[in-house]
Ligand binder design. Structure first.
Ligand SMILES: [Cu+2]
Length: 165
């Protein structure tokens, strides 16, 4: 039996979903996070799902992150039984498409940290297009891998979209 309270919660949820869908035309980041690394680590990974809700393809040419001197897009692969990664020049995300940056696949490589961000700290990441315009700003939280299980997708809706300038 459905209580009145549950019924109204569901109605509210549906309304929010509709509002969210209409507001979100463009690139969004879902569940951004950065696995914590020991102090002094020369680089950290950045993971998230990039979703293009818009009508046009979005091209990401580069990225930058607060507190890191260099950010690259990488793709992991195996060669002769060794895990390796190579730099990717850019990404094109077609309308309706989602690309996941994850362990063992495409990922952000946050390099040359000014200071290792501790767990709980958020790092502002900006994605830029070929004309160096910011197409997406993301606040990614640094989370210990072992704590990661407590955070399901959607627990960190920190992505903020920025329209064309
Ligand atoms: Cu890498």
């Amino acid at each position: 039996m459905m209580t009145e309270m549950l019924r109204s919660s569901i109605a509210t949820l549906l309304l929010l979903m509709v509002l969210d869908a209409s507001a979100a035309d463009g690139l969004r980041a879902l569940d951004p996070w950065i696995p914590a690394a020991p102090p002094g680590a020369p680089m950290l990974a950045g993971y998230m799902t990039l979703l293009n809700d818009g009508d046009e393809a979005v091209r990401i040419a580069s990225a930058r992150a607060e507190g890191f001197r260099r950010v690259e897009l990488h793709r992991s692969f195996h060669e002769d039984g060794m895990a390796r990664m190579r730099r990717v020049d850019g990404l094109v995300i077609e309308p309706g498409e989602a690309i996941t940056l994850e362990r063992g696949g495409l990922h952000l490589m946050l390099m040359q940290p000014v200071r290792s961000p501790p767990p709980g700290h958020s790092v502002r990441i900006e994605f830029l297009d070929t004309r160096n315009r910011v197409v997406l700003e993301v606040d990614a939280e640094v989370i210990r891998r072992r704590d990661r299980g407590r955070h399901g997708p959607g627990d960190h809706p920190r992505a903020r979209r920025r329209g064309p300038d």
